[in-house]
Ligand binder design. Structure first.
Ligand code: ADP
Ligand code: MG
Length: 144
């Protein structure tokens, strides 16, 4: 499937695996949006742009993985927006443009190793998104 991949949906409650406590909250996409747009792409970590409720277009990293809530029969898309939000935005419309793949999903010995890798993903995303071909996509009509 060619990039960018555009996906949108109302943010749902996740499984509460404590991403917020780790300082890395992930806004969960509804499963129909994941099924519709993300069935043909590999599990792993991606980066791109995100927009909440028609606001500013911001950098994001997304994890596409297996959803324990559906006994790992369904995939989940979880988006960490690289921005400090004042409030939660459950139920609000989240639009994302997925631009590239960073890496496969991994199993971790401990939370520290997981957080280290996510922080690396965030740096990769921030650096890559500076490229002009990527900044142009912020103005795509999808984000209107
Ligand atoms: P859940 O298991 O319900 O997804 P999380 O701990 O992953 O809980 O927190 C996700 C929620 O945090 C999002 O749905 C959103 O409302 C809020 N949130 C606040 N800041 C961010 C951010 N920078 N990126 C993603 N979600 C955020
Ligand atoms: Mg989450």
């Amino acid at each position: 499937k060619p990039y960018p991949i555009f996906v949108e949906g109302a943010v749902i409650k996740g499984f509460g695996r404590g991403s917020k406590q780790l300082g890395i909250p992930t806004a969960n996409l509804p499963s129909d949006a994941v099924k519709l747009a993300l069935t043909d792409i590999p599990i792993g970590v991606y980066y791109g742009w995100a927009q909440v409720d028609g606001g500013e277009v911001l950098p994001m990293v997304m994890s596409l993985g297996w959803n324990p809530f559906f006994k790992n029969k369904e995939r989940s898309g979880e988006v960490h927006i690289i921005h400090q939000f004042r409030d939660d935005f459950y139920g609000q419309n989240l639009k994302i443009a997925i631009l590239s793949y960073i890496r496969a999903e991994k199993d971790y010995e401990n939370l520290e190793a997981l957080v280290d890798d996510i922080n690396m993903d965030i740096r990769v995303a921030e650096e890559s998104l500076k490229r002009s071909a990527y900044t142009q996509i912020k103005t795509a009509s999808f984000f209107n």
